[in-house]
Design a protein around this ligand. Structure first.
Ligand SMILES: Nc1ncnc2c1ncn2[C@@H]1O[C@H](COP(=O)(O)OP(=O)(O)O)[C@@H](O)[C@H]1O
Ligand SMILES: [Mg+2]
Length: 315
């Protein structure tokens, strides 16, 4: 049985449909990447799963228990890591954890034990006596994770825990999540960047405008996203001719010339079904006598990449 399941989950804010018949399935023990651009509905979904927000329509279940009806049974088995920790004036890291452990009804020597363990696991032992408000973003994210580990929940719901982190802090969070996954927790983690989760997540759901447009293995998601890659190229002279050459190449869908400042950059969108190989682009230009001044991978166009999945899901 799936440990997280939503059935036609719908949430509106006034006229705005933030979640539109979302059907999400996360298997027990999975590390599930919940991907989508800003405004797609990730936070809304996670807040519903965390029992903090009510569905307008449809249903959400954790471990077979229904959100809104069995919240008191659900709360002990979930841990919610919000996108921001909030502010805690004049509170030490150890006090913060002691406080939340007490909220979960953990007392006495057991409490000292779970706090020490949570600090250890999140590598914050040396920061026990530091002010919560003085922590770096990376450390405060780890503290937020330490807090939800206190009551040893089966399911962790994390809302963009790696956003706004420097590369080093990002790696630390990633290693921590891998460790929690090894400990058997089911993890749902959101991000607006697919590649950011490629190393830790085994399964993926991609959400666009409140609808699930892809659900499957990380491997499949990466392959589909690869087809949505765009490239940016500049040549020393004759941009228009270079654009014409590339437009006629197999595997290229579209080339646009964008002028920024004094330079012209060719934005290449690849064919979703049979994308051109990256190496083909400079090779063709150089063969035709163009001199490259820029060649880089642009944005992955998630919407375009997953469009063909959308049809399948909605139909
Ligand atoms: N409290 C709210 N009131 C009105 N609109 C909201 C509220 N929260 C979110 N929204 C809207 O719902 C949509 C989904 O938001 P959200 O779930 O925060 O997406 P994400 O986390 O993927 O960025 C967005 O269009 C957002 O503006
Ligand atoms: Mg959000």
């Amino acid at each position: 049985m799936a440990i997280i399941e939503t059935i036609n989950l719908t949430r509106t804010y006034g006229d705005l449909v933030a979640l539109d018949n979302l059907n999400l399935v996360v298997e027990r023990g999975a590390c599930f990447g919940f991907i989508g651009p800003n405004g797609a509905g990730k936070t809304t979904t996670i807040r519903i799963l965390s029992t903090l927000l009510k569905p307008t329509w449809g249903e959400a279940r954790i471990d077979g228990l229904t959100i809104g009806y069995q919240n008191s049974l659900i709360r002990p088995i979930i841990g919610y890591v919000p996108d921001f920790i909030g502010t805690y004036d004049d509170m030490l890291v150890s006090e913060y954890l002691e406080f939340f452990a007490a909220c979960y009804g953990i007392h006495g020597s057991k409490r000292r034990g779970v706090v020490a363990e949570a600090l250890e696991l999140t590598d914050l032992t040396s920061k026990a006596g530091a002010q919560v408000d003085g922590l770096s973003r990376g450390m405060s994210q780890r503290l937020s994770i330490a807090r939800v580990l206190l009551h040893d929940p089966q399911v962790l719901l994390m809302d963009e825990p790696a956003s706004g982190l420097d590369p080093r802090a990002r790696i630390e969070i990633r290693e921590l999540l891998k460790e929690l996954h090894r400990l058997g927790k089911t993890i749902l983690i959101s991000s607006h960047i697919l590649s950011e989760l490629s190393e830790i997540c085994d399964t993926v759901g991609i959400i666009e405008q409140g609808k699930l447009c892809f659900s499957g293995s990380m491997q499949k998601a990466l392959e589909a996203a690869e087809a949505g890659v765009e490239y940016e190229v500049s040549v020393e002279q004759r941009s228009t001719e270079a654009a014409q050459l590339l437009t006629s190449a197999d595997g290229v869908a579209n080339v646009k010339i964008i002028r920024t400042g004094g330079t012209e950059v060719l934005h290449i969108t690849v064919d979703q079904q049979r994308p051109i190989a990256a190496s083909e682009i400079p090779a063709r230009l150089v063969t035709a006598g163009f001199r490259l001044t820029l060649f880089r991978r642009g944005q992955v166009n998630l919407e375009a990449a997953f469009m063909h999945h959308t049809r399948g899901v909605v139909a």
